[in-house]
Ligand binder design. Structure first.
Ligand SMILES: C[S@@+](CC[C@H](N)C(=O)[O-])C[C@H]1O[C@@H](n2cnc3c(N)ncnc32)[C@H](O)[C@@H]1O
Length: 265
């Protein structure tokens, strides 16, 4: 089958390159979902800690490209944590939120992702959540709620009076998962763990992919890391594009993709 592409960028491929350079090669309005978790400027092995102002300027350049390339039904999901400097904590989503709104995007949810593990702080409460800003370009956006419903707490609960007496009171397909997501983070004993230091869980990527895109849509992940989103996209018959600067991580991601058993079409 011939390779599919958007402009000069091939689909279902991870490019070892800077994401801004890469995104500049993608035509306007051609991507359905941009999902990303950029570096948080906290000095991880793949980043150099910079002044917050310099970091935010870099992120605004990333955001400019994300806004340009999503289509009118499209979404951006920007997942970040806190920047911490000298014990002072700066929530990056709060700092970046006005940058999205300034560019005309419409905020839909601020998703709080909570997880059970992390550093044990002694001078403040231990951090146990990160956030994801979900924004759309227009009011006509893809949102497949039924694809991501979760089991009802009381699935057999019924109306006890009125015309619906005796009927199930909850949606039999399950309930809306809400904007607080409790999903284990990928630490040492997690079955998805690779050598990437900041991998996020497949369950997180899958919920975004299934709810905000349809089959054959294109999901772009500018800071691809260990390839979680690429794996989720292929598992659910979406296409992906990824950019990642570190060769070792591209190799990890490609290895995950190679060992993936794809659904039959
Ligand atoms: C927070 S991690 C993303 C991890 C990802 N969520 C996963 O599940 O593996 C950010 C990644 O961005 C990469 N990165 C840093 N600067 C980049 C750039 N300018 N362009 C593309 N990737 C970059 C880093 O090497 C790192 O792997």
């Amino acid at each position: 089958m011939p390779k599919q592409s958007l402009g000069e960028i091939e689909l279902n491929r991870i490019y070892q390159r800077d994401c801004i350079e890469g995104m500049r090669m993608i035509p306007d309005g051609s991507i359905n979902v941009v999902l990303t978790s950029p570096p948080y400027n906290i000095g991880k092995e793949y980043e150099k800690k910079q002044l917050l102002e310099v970091y935010v300027y870099w992120m605004t350049q990333v955001i400019d490209e994300c806004v340009r390339i999503i289509n009118d039904n499209g979404s951006i999901v920007f997942q970040v944590g806190n920047y911490v400097n000298d014990g002072a904590v700066y929530p990056l989503d709060c700092i970046l939120y006005p940058e999205f709104v300034k560019r005309g995007l419409i905020p839909r949810n601020r998703i709080v992702w909570t997880f059970g593990h992390g550093l044990h702080c002694t001078k403040r409460f231990s951090g146990r959540y990160e956030t994801a800003l979900w924004l759309t370009k227009t009011d006509d956006y893809t949102f497949n709620l039924d694809a991501v419903r979760i089991p009802q707490k009381y699935p057999n609960k019924r109306h006890y009076k009125g015309v619906k007496k005796g009927e199930l009171s909850g949606n039999p397909l399950g309930k809306n998962p809400s904007d607080v997501w409790e999903i284990l983070n990928v630490k040492h004993n997690h079955p998805e763990k690779t050598n990437h230091p900041c991998q996020f869980p497949l369950d997180f990527a899958n919920r975004i992919i299934l709810s905000l895109s349809n089959e054959d849509d294109v999901v772009l992940y500018p800071f691809m890391g260990s390839g979680t989103t690429a794996v989720g996209a292929l598992m659910h018959k979406r296409k992906f594009i990824g950019f990642e600067t570190e060769r070792g991580y591209v190799e990890i991601a490609n290895k995950r993709l190679d060992s993936l058993e794809l659904p039959q079409s």
